[in-house]
Design a protein around this ligand. Sequence first.
Ligand code: GLN
Length: 303
Amino acid sequence: MSNPPPSTDAAWTLLKLVRWATGFLQKRGIDSPRTTAELLLAHVLGLDRLQLYVRHDQPLVQAELAAFRELIQRRLRREPVAYILGRKGFWTLELQVGPEVLIPRPETELLVEAALARLAQTADGRPARVLDLGTGSGAVVLALACAAPAHRYFASDVSSDALATARRNAQAAGCGGRVAFFAADWLAALRATGAPFELIVSNPPYIARGALAGLQPEIAQHEPPLALDGGADGLDCHRTILRAAGGHLAPGGALLLEIGADQRQPVQTLAERAGSYGDVRCLKDYAGCDRVMVLVKKNIAAH
Ligand code: GLN
């Protein structure tokens, strides 16, 4: 670190250090510098953020200062705070995350809300079968399994490292027993004759390959390309899922897909081409952007 502090003398109290780090991060153009400083220092000390202020006068020992300096350095290299802390809040859950999984985004909670609304609507007293494709950290399927525990959940990912993280998160969330995780490339591993699903959800990669490098360094240099790269036009995964999902949906079942803010039209066209979906709608997130497509399986009789 080029600037002097934190030096190792005992003059560094928690509050002084938070103030110094806030200014330092701000000068280096890091987002939310105060929150970042607090989160990183609390992490080093094994405290929560509030306790930093309760103990604001506490001096730091040399090892703590060194550990904090290391975390600040990682953040300056644009590593996301969630990866540094190894965790991210999503819905009601605290999820473990590492570079093998996409960091769950707040807008993806809309996918959870839409899925819960759908489950409440279709529930006729029997447990529904719900499939999450490309589960990553398990964020979506675990939020659903915790909020609507009566149903049966399945979740796949092509990455075995992601699946290991999702399984750990399932154990920690206490709903591990309700979710069957399996390795698969979208729907390729499912038998055509297998039991159908009332609900299929997915937040697939949807960034156009050519746009990846231009994303903020936190994403472009640290998050897994496998979870972001949607091929030349960003829609490769949507294409694959839309083509295959109809054959695995129960009558009246729905596919819920997260999309990029400019992908409503092309996804609608892909859905029409797939021919399996009747009612197709798009939900906006809290920023007002198109975010979740709801595609209800077409009634066979209507063919
Ligand atoms: N929403 C993420 C982003 O904008 C992308 C997630 C995805 O590709 N599924 O960085």
